[in-house]
Design a protein around this ligand. Sequence first.
Ligand code: SF4
Length: 83
Amino acid sequence: MTLVKMIRHLQEKNAVPVQRMCVTCRYFDPFVHRGKGRPYHCHFVDASFDRQEFRVDCRDHEQADPAFRAAAWEAFQTAYPTL
Ligand code: SF4
């Protein structure tokens, strides 16, 4: 998750091109399965997934609108505040 945070920070500073990460994707649903081993959900494939399956360069990625990206990032930060 440290890599995801680093990439997002660089994207926000326009230091790197937009990456096709789950956390910026319109299909990403963070923690919809909260409290379970696979907390995230991808609506593109309609499946839950865990940290090990988190994508940073997904070919199915579609950029979410700014409000959605901000909400997803807030949920992500809350779950992993010290990474
Ligand atoms: S489509 Fe790819 S980037 Fe988007 S949520 Fe699913 S796995 Fe993540």
